[in-house]
Design a protein around this ligand. Sequence first.
Ligand SMILES: Cc1ncc(COP(=O)(O)O)c(C=O)c1O
Length: 434
Amino acid sequence: MSEDAYPDTATAELFARYVAPNYGRFAIDAARGEGCVLWDEEGRRYLDFGGGVAVNSLGHAHPAQVRALGRAAEKMVHCSNLYRPREQALLAAALAERVVGFPGKCFFCNSGAEANEALIKLARRFGEVAPRANGEPRREIVTFTGSFHGRTTGGMAATAQAKIKAGFGPLMPGFKHLPFNDVAALRAGVGEDTVGVLLEPVQGEGGIHVADLEFLGCAADLAREHDLLLMFDEIQCGLGRCGEVNGWQAVGDARGIVPDAISWAKGLGGGFPIGATWFKDRPAGDGRLCDLLGPGSHGSTYGGSPLASTVGLAVVETILDEGLPGRARELGERIVAAAEGWGSRLVREVRGRGLMLGFVLDPEAVAACDGFAESGRTPALFVIDALHKGGLLTVPAGTDVVRWLPPLTVSDAEVAEALERMEVVLAALTGGGA
Ligand SMILES: Cc1ncc(COP(=O)(O)O)c(C=O)c1O
């Protein structure tokens, strides 16, 4: 272990001096994690139901992940994409065969935003090989209000939230934003220049909004009718989190929908940075969609390294072999039922699927709580601060939603403990009553 160069300086002070202030951070100096528990530097124990914002799919220090990290690190951490590390192909095979269940190929990168960049580049290429009637390339990608697709320039342009884009113009052209879950607007919004539709089957950052089955079906129908790419951002909602292997399958009986392309990150590495984009094996111009990004068209130095791929495969296999999607579904239903039983006036509804849940707060009821006015916080941050004091970590989505995104490995006892802690905190905020 290297010596701590600043033994007498608090972590908060080091952050203030040396770390860019681009995140709104809570005053928690996270030190160590195990399973669903996180300890801070003072040794305070928290139940981690934020799960690193849907990243820690297996919790902290899961043996399968730790073993994979050690094994891969000893063998070969990195190998250029000029060569063929077998681990990368094995992860691609698992994603195509076991996750999507449809022939296709994967590109690997290191984050969600990058995985979406690959979707955007795929759509741009597709627009060239499948152009408009007049031969001009199709360029427009439709995305939806409340979406979040990342912080890169492409991701920001794709994201239909003004607060994400503000102050960073000029933004990349080629995106049209339509209202989420509005079938008529979607039908009317697809035009000659449209080349693809990109959506989160369950929106995360936008406040946990589940796509209607009819809306998903409409997007799939339009994609077929107009030869558009149907692209699902499964970065937060995919890989078991929503109670099915794939997020779109958790929306309802998704009528055999298989998108043309998918992006994953977050839970894929369980905390190790990895992103992936899957391209369906289907016609595209004179070739196949899965081969459209040919040699030299796209890349990422670290993408799909042996280390990242080994860890990703261990995580995916653990999720599937241990039936964690089904467990997420069962626990999600239990949590929603329990929360409805609280009858707290602070919570309007609990929405989401599986272990991707949003407690939608009543802003006026929160505003009436002691201490709210002086806090200067949004309703979500005010409640989350109180939950932190009660030993439960959760994360906000927008101003009014408290998200639960615990590890898929969370135990029955931990779920019961988190429910109890939240119930107690909400009751205390309302002066002991519901
Ligand atoms: C749905 C969705 N897409 C994309 C991203 C961006 O991922 P990353 O932060 O890894 O770039 C996120 C992150 O929250 C996300 O939730």
